[in-house]
Design a protein around this ligand. Structure first.
Ligand code: GLN
Length: 313
């Protein structure tokens, strides 16, 4: 199937925005100091179809750091390079049931980072991207994510520095991965590349384009470029379904029925395979680190547009 008629989508996006714009539950992330300064009133919603059509409401042009949503797209780039089997074996695809920055999950599972959507698995995944040096690895990450977005993504230096000065936990994760033989390149340099990838600036519109590329078998609907293969999109969306919303992935799937990924700056991308994607931005988060308004809006849009993958009618 395809998305409903354009007029209906345009109307529903505006309605979803109006419906949740006054929700003030949740808290802006502050463990990365600069994120505490985000304006909690911001709220943007964008839907981009696989045909490149866009339907938007609110703050869709406001830039924020991609944070953990980068994990989905770096994972796709790595799958493209090293293949399905290697990713399965080296990173894993099962939910930890624990917070995204947990070290215990690794300890309980013989050093396995468990999946590429928690920090441990994401740092391991970034380390798997073939490169001669950390500079080259960073360049490849940035160029790859820019191809998904269809425009050159910039590093937010302020966010990068704020996180780089305070990311002791992620550095510990890097060293722990090294101790388990799960990270070949230098662990602290790899954590630095990961910290940079999290500090790339995007908009809700960018997230929708990036998601629509995954929805479209790897073809960016704006540029027409084949960024990754259709098989890689399938693998990436599978992992997003099981692990994209951290320990709340089951509840998300139960309510919304779409593969999705969130980030602590307040972004969410939810992907409707073959149809398109929703990009949402609003900084107030639930305790797991998922945008509150973003989740509500995605739930509303999934129902109203008939996107739940598990619904037979
Ligand atoms: N850069 C953040 C971190 O590593 C990303 C976490 C997130 O978005 N959940 O802690």
């Amino acid at each position: 199937g395809s998305l409903p008629p354009a007029d209906d989508i345009a109307d529903l996006v505006v309605r979803a925005h109006a419906r949740y714009a006054d929700v003030n539950e949740g808290r802006v992330a502050d463990y990365i100091p600069i994120l505490a300064e985000a304006d909690p009133a911001r709220f943007g919603l964008s839907i981009v179809g696989v045909d490149g059509s866009a339907f938007e409401a609110g703050d869709v042009g406001v830039e924020f750091s991609i944070q953990s949503i980068s994990k989905a797209f770096v994972f796709a780039l790595v799958c493209e390079e090293i293949g399905h089997e290697a990713v399965h074996e080296l990173v894993g695809v099962n939910n930890t049931g624990l917070a995204f920055n947990s070290l215990i999950a690794m300890e309980l599972n013989g050093g396995s980072p468990m999946n590429p959507m928690v920090n441990a698995g994401a740092i391991a995944t970034t380390g798997l991207l073939p490169a001669e040096s950390s500079e080259e690895r960073w360049r490849r990450v940035r160029e790859g994510l820019s191809r998904f977005a269809g425009r050159k993504l910039a590093l937010d230096e302020v966010v990068y520095r704020s996180e780089a000065e305070t990311n002791h936990r992620n550095r510990a994760i890097g060293k722990l991965l090294q101790s388990y033989g799960r990270l070949d390149p230098d662990p602290l340099e790899t954590v630095d590349v990961y910290t940079r990838q999290c500090a790339l600036s995007v908009t809700a519109h960018d997230l929708a384009v990036m998601g629509a590329t995954l929805a479209d078998g790897g073809v960016n609907p704006i540029t027409g470029e084949q960024v990754v293969s259709a098989a890689v999109c399938r693998d990436t969306l599978t992992v997003l379904a099981s692990c994209g919303m951290y320990e709340r992935s089951g509840e998300w799937l139960f309510e919304i029925g779409l593969p999705a990924k969130s980030g602590v700056a307040g972004g969410i991308v939810a992907v409707s395979p073959g149809k398109g994607a929703v990009g949402a931005y609003s900084p107030r988060l639930d305790p797991a680190g998922n945008s509150v308004r973003g989740q509500r809006a995605c739930a509303y849009l999934s129902r109203a547009l008939g996107l739940n993958l598990f619904a037979s009618a």
